[in-house]
Design a protein. Structure first.
Length: 197
């Protein structure tokens, strides 16, 4: 551990690995006051639109993946299709509040091409929010529909049905046929768009 008269103890949130203050400072310098914040945990996804304020950040829109179940979602709440749908709902809510532009804030997540973080951002873009992000990092449409999950389930089913039941027991108990996940995704997306039209 560093010592001496010039050593400066980092701020608590930096020590805990919760906030990258350098990234935050560069976002502030952009002159845009609304951030699109995406946070992914082991079970859920949270997408928020947050405005910078001298008194403290103000959350304008906040959507958790738990919201998806209201629209008929039966799959896992934190896979790529679910993350996209959460971003879509957050983007539609933000549009209703008159938000048209947001700076992406992925926090301490690594920017991996096609990851769930970028699926949420693509959902916001499809809702009509302008987000400065390269199209190369966004996941493909077949991945957003969950076709990779359906293909994996089909592969497991051809090898061993027990392995499929073991791997996807929670989803299968909700009544979702994984082979039809892309179709289910389209139905839920249609429900969301209808609710906000």
């Amino acid at each position: 551990m560093a010592r001496g008269p010039r050593y400066k103890v980092p701020k608590k949130r930096r020590r805990e690995g919760k906030t990258n203050y350098y990234k935050r400072y560069t976002m502030l310098k952009s002159g845009k006051d609304v951030r699109l914040v995406v946070r992914i945990s082991n079970k859920h996804v949270v997408v928020q639109f947050i405005r910078f304020s001298a008194r403290g950040d103000e959350t304008l829109v906040g959507v958790s993946s738990k919201t998806l179940f209201r629209y008929g979602w039966k799959g896992y709440p934190n896979n790529t299709p679910a993350t996209y749908l959460v971003g879509l709902i957050a983007g539609l809510k933000a549009r209703k509040l008159g938000i048209s532009y947001a700076v992406p804030d992925i926090g301490l997540h690594k920017p991996v091409r096609g990851s769930r973080v970028f699926a949420a951002i693509k959902g916001c873009i499809d809702a009509g929010i302008e987000v400065p992000v390269s199209k190369e990092v966004l996941p493909t449409d077949d991945r957003i529909r969950g076709e990779h999950i359906a293909n994996y389930a089909r592969e497991l089913l051809s090898i061993d049905e027990g392995a499929l039941r073991k791997r996807f027991s929670k989803v299968l108990s909700s009544g979702l046929n994984l082979l039809e996940l892309p179709k289910h995704f389209a139905e839920v997306k249609e429900n969301i768009l209808r609710a906000f039209s």
